[in-house]
Design a protein around this ligand. Structure first.
Ligand code: SAH
Ligand code: TMP
Ligand code: ZN
Length: 409
């Protein structure tokens, strides 16, 4: 039995994905024998509807001076956050001297747009290496973990915020009540707290279980976010389904009664009920789908290797750590993983220790098969890799189903 992080009720995890290392913990050979592992189990609480990790490593093990994820490596995400900044300006920053706080502001991918327009802003970003990049772009950033105390501190220094935004970070934070309590204090009476995160509905529909890794402690839905907001005298007033990161939901939260509630909220909740997101039995089916996906991927890779062909991973994503460790995929199946991020190159993937090499190696000596670990960036990658595909290169994918992209072996 595990205890729900949100409502404290007991629940039974519906799956264990076995021993997992830190998903972003790309490491050097000399550190192999010191690698940290934890048992990764996921459960559904049928009281508050939150799907969650039963155990998570300490935050300092995941977010630090050597944090390997730089948001701006994706040009599509860069455009996405520019659009977001425009939307914020038009919809929520209409008063005098508006103030925006972003949690998990990383390398300034979103706030750089507001800094360029001289909008008063503050980025809260505990991983100092990525925060330094933001500062170099003129984004005001502090290297701290956001929580209730920090919210009070920001309020005292800068006043309340018109908007508090957070992308792909709220789902990382086990002390969610402290975050919501802090937001409740820091937000102006008519302000908006907007957070977007990978969406539970997409994970269930596509069996995209690689969204489950140490950093993602919560898999939100309209049901569970509504529950959280209510606990803190706030309410969900709008939602927006997004294609990013393989399917995300953007939640708009305000003080209770401050804004009209959009029909999208009830419509999306209804879709969730139809999808079974509020029934424990659904998650037994999810477990079965995950196990089948693992068996099929492993047998496809084994068959290709038995035929003597090379397979190279494309994108040393954090998500790939779940796939390689849960399925047992090491260098005997995947020769190396190609990645454009300098600090990952020359290192090894967490747990199963596949070498990570610069993209040039893939371009100069392409394999027959590329295993698309960065499947959520498929559009951008396919547009860049027409030469690989045209010369007979094949793409192996596993979301939503295991197979080859054009289905021809
Ligand atoms: N918003 C960016 C970055 C997401 S990665 C994007 O969508 O691309 C998550 C970021 O949140 C990391 O940079 C991590 O250091 C940061 N983070 C983790 N815990 C945090 C906390 N308690 N408060 C603020 N940021 C946090
Ligand atoms: P993400 O899925 O967590 O955003 O990580 C994407 C990783 O994939 C990151 O390490 C950069 C890498 N990548 C490439 O190597 N080539 C690409 O074309 C893209 C889009 C990403
Ligand atoms: Zn609960």
């Amino acid at each position: 039995m595990s205890q729900c992080l949100i409502c404290q009720k007991d629940y039974e995890p519906f799956i264990s994905l076995g021993n997992m290392p830190i998903a972003n913990g790309f490491l050097a050979e000399e550190d192999f024998d010191r690698e940290y592992f934890f048992e990764m189990k996921v459960g559904y609480c049928d009281h508050c509807h939150m799907v969650q990790l039963a155990e998570q490593p300490s935050r300092e093990m995941m977010f630090h001076e050597n944090y390997a994820f730089f948001s701006s490596t994706s040009t599509l995400q860069t455009a996405h956050f520019k659009n977001f900044a425009d939307m914020l300006g038009e919809r929520f920053l209409l008063g005098d001297d508006p103030f925006v706080v972003e949690l998990g502001s990383n390398d300034g991918i979103m706030l750089q747009n507001l800094a360029a327009r001289n909008v008063r802003h503050l980025g809260v970003e505990p991983s100092n290496n990525v925060a330094e990049v933001a500062r170099s772009k003129g984004v005001r950033s502090i290297s701290e973990f956001f929580d209730e105390d920090l919210a009070e501190h920001i309020k005292a220094e800068d006043g309340q915020a018109d908007a508090i935004s957070a992308a792909n970070v709220i789902c990382h934070i086990p002390y969610l009540h402290s975050i919501y309590a802090g937001v409740q204090r820091l937000l102006k009476p008519t302000g908006a707290f907007i957070h977007e995160d990978p969406y539970l509905g997409d994970i269930v529909e596509k069996t995209s279980y690689d969204q489950i890794y140490d950093e993602h402690v919560f898999f939100f839905s309209v049901a569970s976010v509504s529950y959280m907001a209510e606990q803190h005298a706030m309410e969900l007033f709008d939602v927006e389904h997004l294609p990013n990161h393989g399917g995300s939901m953007r939640y708009y939260i305000g003080h209770r009664g401050a804004r009209p509630i959009s029909d999208t909220v009830t419509e999306q909740r209804q879709k969730e009920i139809e999808l079974g997101l509020e029934e424990a039995a659904t998650f037994d089916r999810v477990r079965q789908n995950i196990e089948n996906s693992r068996d099929e991927l492993l047998s496809l890779l084994t068959k290709i290797r038995a035929g003597g062909e090379r397979i190279v991973g494309y994108g040393a994503t954090s998500k790939s750590t779940t796939i390689t460790n849960y399925c047992g995929i090491g260098p005997e199946l995947v020769e190396y993983i190609s990645d454009t991020t300098p600090i990952k190159q020359g290192k090894f993937s967490p747990g199963t220790h596949i070498p990570v090499r610069p993209y040039e190696e893939f371009a100069n000596n392409p394999p027959k098969y590329a295993l698309l670990f960065a499947w959520n960036h498929a559009k951008e990658i396919m547009a860049n890799e027409t030469a690989f595909t045209a010369s007979g290169g094949k793409w192996i994918v596993y979301v939503p189903n295991v197979g080859l992209i054009d289905d021809s072996v």
